[in-house]
Ligand binder design. Structure first.
Ligand SMILES: [Fe+2]
Length: 278
């Protein structure tokens, strides 16, 4: 289980990497399936280079669902979110292939904007991202990069009048979003040109061994990086949220999420189905 000091690191830094009880066989099966499902992709329209970072959202293949349904991840998410019941929001797999001779770059952003109240209330008014590492990740093999403490700096800068959505948006495209100030909105983050002028920590790589998990607060500045190393980087992301907190989201996302959870419920072990039932 997650320790008190790991929990404290998550609160302060917005990210922490911990061990899990996953077996080497579970990791190997997930790795081999990602190898088959996610080869280097053809260039996007109008681009020259092949796609080295390939993925699929919302997976339900047995090699992945046996990991998703591990009681360990549910228990950790409950503790982090200060709640006695959590539900899956979405899942995703990524295989980032080595891209030799390229520059190391990071696509930085946040995925949610949170106020100090959201970060401290019980349950927490947010979701958490669990990045399960299917391969070892070092500084060169496309590590997830984070700016420690940036979630708290961004929250503090909003004071008592949080603004949860940036850039242009239309209310009728969102579910459960009465206005920009009432409720955090899942997967609606901010990019560098939307950050306040603050001194954030330099980005640090989340280095891990296969079978470990990095837990990320989605309001922490983070980003995927390019793979300038020699080995593939594979991850399985599980996003969970408190069952009792209805976060805002786009109507499209809401529809996709509901359809996925209905499908996922059918392939989870009977005693684990509650983690996908909302
Ligand atoms: Fe993200």
């Amino acid at each position: 289980m997650i320790t008190d000091s790991e929990l404290q690191q998550f609160e302060l830094d917005g990210a922490v990497t911990i061990d899990t009880p996953l077996t080497s066989q579970q990791i190997t099966e997930a790795s081999q399936l990602m190898e088959r499902m996610l080869p280097v992709g053809p260039p996007r329209p109008g681009e020259k280079n092949p796609r080295y970072r390939v993925g699929k959202n919302n997976v339900y293949e047995p090699a992945f669902t046996r990991i998703i349904e591990q009681p360990f991840f549910e228990s950790v998410a409950k503790r982090l979110l200060h709640t006695d019941s959590v539900v899956i929001n979405c899942t995703a797999i990524r295989n980032t292939h080595p891209q030799p001779g390229t520059n190391f770059e990071v696509g930085e952003h946040t995925d949610m904007t949170l106020s100090l109240m959201d970060l401290t209330s019980t349950p927490r008014r947010m979701n958490v991202g669990l990045f399960v590492w299917i391969t070892d990740v070092d500084e060169t093999s496309a590590p997830l990069m984070t700016r420690p403490g940036s979630h708290r700096q961004l929250a503090q800068s909003m004071g008592n009048k949080p603004k949860y959505i940036y850039g242009s948006w239309e209310k009728d495209q969102y579910a459960n979003v009465p206005d920009a100030h009432t409720l955090p909105i899942a997967h609606t983050g901010r990019f560098p040109n939307q950050w306040p002028d603050l001194e954030f920590a330099e980005p640090v790589p989340c280095v891990a061994r296969a079978g470990q998990v990095t837990i990320l607060n989605p309001a922490t500045i983070h980003g995927a990086s390019t793979n300038v190393g020699q080995t593939n980087r594979k991850s399985l992301l599980i996003i969970m949220q408190p069952r009792s907190i209805a976060l805002g989201e786009s109507k499209d996302r809401c529809k996709t999420r509901r359809a996925y959870l209905a499908q996922l419920t059918r392939v989870l072990a009977p005693n684990r189905r509650h983690i996908a039932m909302n």
